[in-house]
Write a protein that binds this ligand. Structure first.
Ligand code: RIB
Length: 292
């Protein structure tokens, strides 16, 4: 079975700050680093470091050589990665002493996907194969519709959340939807975790919804319609960047290994506990042997 992650690649500009910059404020930063990131890239690396085979499709800008090196060095297959002259997507990330972050994105190369590239990637997949997606590339509606028509199973991480996309994307075609509490509330229109899961189950009966809850762990709706909580793993938090991406990559890898959903989510929780204990995005994602 083929697994393709059609996703973003970013250069992350990371600033350590005392507090997130407020409107009208100018602040000094304590450090600056440039890291590999992007929800797409991070999730491909997490799948691969967990021991599963994954292809990364997407667009590499002129400044992206280091991103491709990190992906291939982590075992990700890059045969579907294309080059573009559009500047590499990037993120500006503030990290507070408590490890919380605040991110804004410049789409660049990630928003330059063409209809031809979409067709080329989807042609490589057959019914039953998996396509992983995040909300950092363009034309997701087209991708979801075309993938569904070919019988490809899709998993979508609705991050970053955009209310307009929530109205237009055909989320009912998904096999898996992975959201955090804020994204889930945005899609469902209700705030409480169990209500989010129930609302989305009613609206998209064929889609399995996974809700991540930060420090509170994660949850899903059992077959009896009751919420199944998955407790968090204790962790010393240094930087929460890419914790969600690690969770998704490992969750997916666990499912590919044939684990039950709850066991795969527990594995994912252990992996993301390691990620938050380190600084950075892709670089902080653990290898499977570190989970032992
Ligand atoms: O999820 C973390 C990622 O979000 C960062 O690496 C940044 O690039 C943004 O895409």
């Amino acid at each position: 079975m083929n697994v393709v992650n059609f996703g973003s690649l970013n250069i992350d500009h990371v600033y350590a700050v005392d507090h997130f910059c407020r409107a009208g404020e100018t602040i000094h930063t304590k450090s600056y680093t440039q890291n590999a990131g992007g929800k797409g890239l991070n999730q491909s690396i997490a799948v691969s470091r967990s021991g599963q085979k994954v292809h990364h499709a997407g667009l590499l800008g002129p400044e992206g050589a280091r991103l491709a090196e990190l992906l291939s060095g982590s075992g990700v297959d890059l045969r579907y990665l294309k080059h573009t002259d559009v500047p590499q997507g990037h993120a500006v990330i503030q990290v507070q002493p408590d490890g919380q972050n605040c991110i804004f994105l410049y789409g660049g190369s990630n928003q330059a996907v063409t209809p031809q590239e979409i067709d080329e990637v989807l042609m490589q997949l057959n019914a039953g194969d998996y396509l992983l997606l995040q909300n950092e590339i363009n034309s997701l509606g087209t991708i979801l519709e075309k993938a569904h028509a070919r019988g490809i199973r899709t998993a979508f991480n609705f991050a970053p959340f955009d209310p307009e996309d929530a109205k237009t994307l055909p989320l009912g075609l998904l096999s898996y939807l992975i959201v955090n509490e804020i994204e889930g509330a945005g899609v469902a229109g209700v705030a409480e975790p169990e209500a989010i899961l129930r609302t989305l189950k009613e609206r998209y009966p064929g889609c399995r919804v996974i809700l991540t809850l930060g420090k509170a762990g994660a949850a899903f709706l059992g077959d009896d319609g009751v919420m199944v909580p998955v407790p968090p793993c204790p962790a010393e938090v240094v930087d929460t960047t890419s914790a969600g991406d690690t969770f998704i990559g490992y969750l997916f890898a666990g499912l590919l290994e044939g684990m039950e959903l709850k066991a795969a989510m527990e594995l994912a929780g252990r992996a993301s506990a390691i990620t938050v204990s380190r600084a950075g995005a892709a670089d902080s994602i653990p290898f499977r042997k570190e989970l032992r």
